[in-house]
Design a protein around this ligand. Structure first.
Ligand code: ADQ
Length: 734
């Protein structure tokens, strides 16, 4: 991985944190999932890891010495944040707005504009730090919800950088996401990435729905086509490094000692183990109440089971976390007071981070891994427990709201809000025959070993590399800006000239209904000036029905009209329309119309347009999410209906058009040119896929112009109808 450019990891925290201890500084290893996950990967690369190093303190040579050491030894680069920015960013917008909302706790949201300002500021400082380190060929991998603006900020500063983003927490449903103040800025920030990856497919789909609902941006399952950049979308569930856990069990003395101690201490008891950050998303009070329900409904289990709850303190300066801490302590006290005996303590509560050896010993000793967050991006504890179950005798009880549930089907999946239901499952699990436990655990084991943190990160990096090089290739294919001076000179020199001009999106912007896009008087006059130029065939070539073209341009002198993407043609001198083929079938309309009308009935704001040889379902004014969803449905229904016919259902700009496959703009070139003496100048201007047919069929030296950003077969581009009109105006005046 290191041979092909460095990997630059960017996350809010570095894996090491500096804490002030009186006059001295103490280095702590963070207990978060991200640090546990990425550290082994980084060791294998020669990259850098940029992040906030912890407490700051003006100029302090000892602190600076520590940080310089980190950089030398591990490649960790400190991103300094002023204390108030660090605090408002992390404890403000990131953890009191984004965190609760993304975990479906909208009522826990606090939104303070100062928190947002700090969030923007912190993201900018991270951008500056990345730019300082960035070298050509580097891959930048940004992590998590604290840095959602960073891909966009980096893209602005370095358009060709390779930027990836991974979201560790869930992406909420669009109904939830739309509550978020500053929601569109965040979406735009994310779209700065070449690769955007989520823990599960559900998260990815939620992201796409939010993008559509909030920005009106359509996407495919695997990518968002932006104006200038594409963003590849992926679901990449994170894994762990299972062998490292096994090594502790097999080789580490203190792990083995701790394991024996647990066995002795809890002899005769079934151990139910829970390990969490002390966070309201992890469902600790729900678990404790469930445990109480278990002891109430199955008195035979009293004195036979113990719940070991390990909870590492987290975000302690946020009031909600303080409340949670009290609630958990009280519940533990209540349960132990109610059910405990001098010989038996039902809940063993450890409110601290514990050493890896102790953690592994507990995982190995536990009969049940009790992992029931109310919502979780993935949850590594579930995977760690499985990795440590070497004898495969334990059982995993897993919340269906953890990302891990999507992969760990052999676990017992429960709804943690249903405390009675969960207690019932637990009771059953405790009596599960060994054979069943082994079978389930062995299957989970295989999965945890197959999808590790190494395969995860390698896949991310290779996808990022691929996405970035596609981007580079696409940029190479992007048409150059039209050199207007050269065009004008060629136009002036030419003896026979043909212009092919598309209408909607090329000469006028898109309107809500086809009727609203009627041409302004200035455009009609421009076209008539072009139409009357000597030795020039000016052709309006559109997907429009002939009735529209005739109503608007029927009297424009010298103009050729092509309707319905090339099905019909009207010459300037004549008044009648010619068909491309001797006859074009229309009987099919009676079969297709009811299908489209059925969709109109279900979609407020949509309607059917009837052309001579085509039917079009328009949904520009419909709810974007619903309209998009229905359009997909419609196309798949029609594909079945139209299979083995000459008809196709083609997606356009917020429309689905059913027409004959051979009506095509490219077909028209020879008909228009046939009437002219030697043609030595061709200009074609258009904005959508039907114009691509034209660009492809024209000779190499034609002036082909794509309107808008993105790739095209055209040689040149212009940004929108206003520019097209300005260029034509110049030609008309020559
Ligand atoms: P977290 O919310 O931190 O991570 P999680 O995936 O459970 O959640 O990771 C916690 C890590 O901390 C585990 O490696 C665990 O061993 C360790 N840990 C927890 N309690 C501990 C204790 N008391 N002592 C010592 N170690 C302890 C975020 C997302 C998750 C996602 C990860 C990784 O919220 O959903 O799985 O990132 O993407």
């Amino acid at each position: 991985m290191s041979s092909e450019g460095r990997l630059i990891v960017v996350s809010n925290r570095l894996p090491l944190t500096l804490r002030r201890a009186g006059e001295a500084w103490r280095t702590e290893r963070s207990s978060g999932g991200l640090a546990s996950a990425l550290d082994p990967v980084l060791k294998r690369t020669r990259g850098l890891w940029l992040g906030w190093p912890g407490d700051s303190a003006g100029e302090d040579p000892v602190r600076a010495e520590h940080l310089a050491g980190w950089q030398r030894k591990h490649g960790y680069v400190a991103v300094e944040l002023p204390a108030d920015v660090a605090r408002n960013f992390y404890e403000g917008y990131a953890n009191q707005t984004l965190w609760p909302l993304f975990h479906n706790f909208p009522t826990n949201i606090e939104f303070d504009p100062a928190g947002w300002t700090a969030y923007v500021e912190a993201n900018r400082r991270f951008r500056d730090a990345v730019l300082e380190a960035l070298q050509p060929g580097d891959l930048v991998w940004v992590h998590d919800y604290q840095l959602m603006l960073l891909p966009g900020l980096l893209r602005e500063a370095r358009p060709s950088a390779a930027i990836g983003f991974f979201l560790h927490i869930p992406f909420p449903a669009s109904e939830m996401f739309r509550i978020l103040p500053r929601r569109s800025e965040l979406l735009r920030g994310l779209l700065g990435a070449d690769l955007l990856a989520f823990q599960t497919h559900a998260d990815l789909q939620h992201f796409r729905a939010s993008l559509l609902r909030i920005c009106g941006t359509e996407s495919r399952m695997d990518r968002v086509k932006g104006e200038a950049y594409h963003t590849r979308l992926e679901a990449l569930p994170i894994g762990i490094a299972p062998d490292e856990f096994l090594r502790f069990i097999e080789k580490d003395k203190s792990t083995q000692q701790a394991f024996e101690e647990h066995r002795r201490r809890f002899e005769g008891l079934k151990i139910l183990l829970a390990v969490d950050r002390l966070d309201y998303t992890k469902g600790i009070p729900h678990r404790l109440r469930t445990f109480r329900r278990l002891l109430e409904r199955a008195p035979r289990l009293r004195g036979k089971v113990v719940l070991v709850q390990v909870a590492v303190p987290s975000r302690e300066r946020i009031p909600l976390y303080e409340e949670l801490r009290h609630e958990v302590s009280e519940l533990v006290g209540e349960i132990n007071g109610e059910f405990g005996t001098p010989q038996w303590t039902p809940v063993v509560y450890m409110r601290r981070g514990i050493a890896r050896s102790e953690l592994v010993a507990l995982y190995a000793a536990a009969d049940v891994g009790w992992v029931t967050p109310l919502r979780d991006g993935m949850n590594l504890v579930a995977k760690e427990y499985v990795a440590c179950q070497r004898r495969a005798e334990g059982v995993l009880l897993l919340s269906e709201f953890a990302g891990a549930a999507a992969e760990m089907g052999e676990a017992f999946l429960v709804n943690p809000y249903d405390e009675d239901g969960t207690a019932e499952v637990l009771e059953r699990i405790l009596d599960l025959p060994l054979e069943d436990r082994r079978e389930r655990m062995a299957a989970l084991h295989r999965r945890v070993h197959r999808n590790t943190v190494f395969t995860w990160s390698e896949r991310f990096v290779s996808l990022l590399r691929e996405a970035a090089s596609d981007q580079a290739r696409r940029n190479g294919e992007q048409p150059a800006r039209l050199p207007v001076g050269e065009l004008a000179a060629a136009f002036r020199r030419a003896r026979g000239r043909v212009l092919f001009l598309d209408y909607d999106g090329t000469l006028v912007p898109f309107a809500n209904t086809p009727r609203e896009a009627s041409p302004p008087a200035a455009l009609v006059s421009l076209l008539s000036r072009l139409g009357t130029l000597p030795d020039t065939a000016t052709t309006l070539i559109s997907g429009r029905a002939r009735a529209d073209l005739e109503a608007w341009f029927g009297d424009t002198p010298g103009l050729w009209l092509v309707a319905e993407h090339g099905a019909m043609l009207r010459r300037p001198a004549g008044t009648g329309w010619e068909l491309t083929r001797p006859s074009i079938p229309v009987a099919w309309k009676d079969r297709v119309r009811p299908v489209l009308e059925h969709f109109v009935d279900r979609t407020p704001g949509s309607f059917v347009e009837e052309k001579d040889y085509a039917l079009v379902f328009h949904y520009r004014m419909a709810d974007p999410v619903f309209g998009e969803w229905l359009a997909n449905e419609l196309v798949s229904n029609l594909e079945e209906l139209l299979a083995e016919t000459e008809l196709r259902a083609i997606r356009g700009q917020k429309s689905v058009e059913v027409r004959l496959v051979w009506t095509n703009k490219g077909e028209m070139i020879s008909r228009v040119e046939a009437g002219l003496p030697a043609v030595d100048f061709r200009l074609a201007v258009g904005d959508d896929s039907t114009d691509e047919d034209l660009f492809e069929r024209l000779p190499e030296d034609a002036w082909t112009v794509h309107v808008g950003h993105g790739t095209s077969h055209a040689r040149y581009c212009l940004s929108g109808p206003h520019e097209v009109v300005a260029v034509l105006d110049e030609l008309a005046g020559l």
